[in-house]
Design a protein around this ligand. Structure first.
Ligand code: HEC
Length: 115
């Protein structure tokens, strides 16, 4: 094998394994759930710094105070039933799209932004 090919192969393998390591268990699926359903507003990095996120006024999940203010139970309810503030829908309900297990996994995912 040529040296450059070898380096590339090692780099690719390392990338692959670190990606796996940082996403233990079945979190691979959760990343997909996140990118499909949540990322539009909350962003890949959880900061809500997207066009739709700014419009809906999504908050910054990397903010320690916000993380502290959120409670598992309300998070679950808000994701499942949606969130209205002053009568305006901020986040639509995901009850028909996601199972309780998926919502629970997504909450763990959201918590990781604060770590
Ligand atoms: C249409 C944009 C939009 C989408 C899509 C969206 N959210 Fe939200 N989300 C918001 C807004 C806006 C808030 C409210 C911020 C606030 O508290 O004012 C919010 C709040 C939350 C909260 C905090 C709830 C609480 O208890 O305070 C969680 C957790 C959350 N979203 C997770 C998710 C997850 C998981 C998904 C994907 C399944 C998702 N969101 C999809 C806009 C969105």
């Amino acid at each position: 094998m040529k040296n450059s090919t070898k380096t590339f192969a090692i780099a690719a393998a390392l990338l692959f394994f670190t990606a796996q390591l940082s996403l233990p268990g079945q979190v691979g699926n959760v990343t997909l759930l996140w990118s499909k359903n949540c990322q539009k507003c909350h962003g890949k990095d959880g900061r809500g710094n997207t066009k739709a996120g700014k419009m809906a006024k999504a908050k910054d999940f990397t903010d320690a105070d916000y993380q502290e203010a959120m409670e598992e139970e309300t998070m679950h309810k808000n994701i499942k039933e949606g969130m209205k503030i002053d009568g305006k829908t901020k986040m639509k309900p995901f009850a028909e799209k996601l199972t309780d297990e998926e919502i629970t996994a997504l909450i763990v995912f959201v918590r990781k932004f604060g770590e």
